[in-house]
Design a binder for this molecule. Structure first.
Ligand SMILES: O=C(O)CCC(=O)C(=O)O
Length: 259
């Protein structure tokens, strides 16, 4: 799990040009099975007391989202702190990689709605917001039928677009007319494949029309020198006393996981 994943200079330049890349087999065999079991078990455990009769908000209909599982589940932790994943993130970003947070993103069969086009970094209390990257790992095959991801190449250069409200999204072309004419790239993944996307790259996932859960696990990295800007966020609000506005995320919740 901690052995190096080979990455060519061409892959790094493709990522930097397009703002995303697909990598095959970043986790395989027993390691993949262990990660899948750990993440799916944690999601099940944390959903056990949910009331099935409760009407979900439009945001909740997109996916079951469980954030920072590594802090509560010892069997998820080694996967999030994986040096193999962290080193890929560092090579793509060009700086050492610090964990921002992880999240399980499970799109439910038939009811899992589309994930609207959006950028990620505008929601985050980070400065600067240019190089953050997410590994999105398919724990089971991700296809057009069950809601795989699509990306708009080059849109990581669009740095001043208002954040999209995922629960009540505007049309993409209203939010970012600059994306007109750029063809999105849809990326199907086998279990154990992943994409890395820059947090500024516009991305989308279709609804889950299949009978099974679309199971994905994302780990988000920031450059080690990223600073906290104090804006409200679900990950930082509970620990804001440990952070300084203008200072680095230098606490155990945000470890550096690469060389
Ligand atoms: O899993 C999805 O449907 C969307 C994921 C996403 O937006 C992300 O990982 O940034």
């Amino acid at each position: 799990m901690n052995s190096a994943y080979p990455l060519t200079p061409e892959q790094i330049s493709t990522y930097r040009r397009d703002g995303f890349i697909k990598l095959e087999g970043v986790i395989t065999g027993d390691d993949l099975a262990a990660m899948r079991d750990a993440v799916a078990g944690a999601v099940q455990n944390e959903s056990a007391n949910d009331d099935p009769a409760r009407v979900k908000s439009s945001y909740e209909q997109i996916f079951i989202q469980k954030v920072n599982l590594w802090t509560r589940h010892d069997d998820v932790k080694p996967h999030v702190l994986s040096k193999r994943f962290g080193d890929i993130a560092a090579r793509l970003m060009g700086t050492r990689a610090r964990i921002w947070h992880d999240q399980a993103l499970f799109k439910e069969p038939h009811t899992g709605a589309k994930t609207p086009w959006h950028q990620d970094t505008p929601y985050w209390p980070h400065e600067p917001k240019i190089e953050q990257t997410t590994i999105w790992i398919a724990l089971r095959d991700a296809t057009v039928h069950n809601g795989c991801m699509s990306f708009i190449p080059g849109t990581h250069k669009l740095l001043d677009i208002e954040p999209v409200n995922l629960g009540n999204p505007q049309e993409l072309y209203d939010v970012a007319p600059q994306t007109k004419g750029i063809k999105p790239v849809t990326v199907e993944l086998k279990a154990g494949d992943c994409t890395f996307h820059n947090g500024m790259t516009f991305h989308y996932a279709g609804p889950n029309r299949s009978d099974g859960m679309r199971e994905a696990f994302a780990i988000i990295y920031m450059p080690e020198d990223t600073t906290y800007n104090g804006v409200a966020h679900v990950v930082t609000d509970p620990v804001k006393d440990t952070l300084t506005v203008g200072g680095k995320f230098d606490t155990p919740l945000f470890p550096i996981v690469s060389d």
